[in-house]
Design a protein around this ligand. Sequence first.
Ligand SMILES: [Zn+2]
Length: 365
Amino acid sequence: MTATPSSSLPMAGLAPGRPVVFRNATVLTLDDGHHVLDGADVLVSGERIAAVGPNLAVPDAAAGIDAAGGILMPGMIDTHRHMWQTAMRGYGADWTLTQYFVWYYLNWGKTFRPQDIYAGNLLAAIEAIDAGVTTTVDWSHGLQTVQHADAAVDALSEVPGRFVLAYGNIQQGPWEWSAAPEFREFVSRRFGRANDMLGFQMAFDVTGDPSFPEKAAFEVARDLGVPVTTHAGVWGATNDDGIRLMYEGGFMTPSTIYVHAATLTRDSYNRIAATGGSASVSTESEQSAGQGYPPTWQLRQHNIPVSGRTAPASTSRRTAIRTRSPTATCAPRTWSTSPPGAARGRSAWTRSSAASSPARRPTWS
Ligand SMILES: [Zn+2]
């Protein structure tokens, strides 16, 4: 750390392994205090953020980028993206939710082979990184077999970003696919070792059926020590009855993520708040597909952590960007600390949807 700040830093000279310093940016740290630093620098060394602050002293070899007038923020976290559907992207932007269900799940989703899942995930992962989304929760409810799931992970592993596979299968009830021995074998085989770049969650919805068949899937998640993500408060997904059943069963935890969380009653918001859960809001999807007003105000009234933005989704719907994250630069793989869900068993954000069997109830996006 010998060089001092200079207004005549070279603008280029980027090379693998060479430190980079961004100068005089407005830095959104997104730390716990939500600090914004005006005229600050960010030094990236290797794959890590080495320093953040004004007038940083940096290595002589560092390449400099004049970021004056720009905003520098961490890589974003997308807490809800159905990456497998990217092969069908562009369809349905103006459809009703029912049209979406029929096309994506009943007409075509059923026909997806593992290689189709792979193709969708690979494209979506590249797209996410290209957009500055350095962590994506893959709400993957098209995993009809573990071969599909292996294909999903294979694709995510090939792209230099951080991903969380939220395992789901909309073609079965969660109590069915989560009970299969091959599911546990898959989890052990692909996520048995800590991997800072790849996390795991379970993704399914709760129908509100008084017999609470989803209880068995929650018990599997508890046994595995993985978070559950669930669509909530929208048609066909976890409603107030479902949330009450989750609450009474002790399955609402700080690691539980409620996607959308629209049109719920005050009781449900209170239950989410009391158990420390968080919400993933997808405003474009909620408003265009008739899923209710985005519940951001309700969530804030209850002090429930909520996603802050929407971004292009693989299906042109249903994506939420979460910006509550550790400080990091805009470059992939430069997190200063691990984001949620990065490793198995850690708090993470998922989403899933799988309701009961499609014959009983269409589910959901
Ligand atoms: Zn969804």
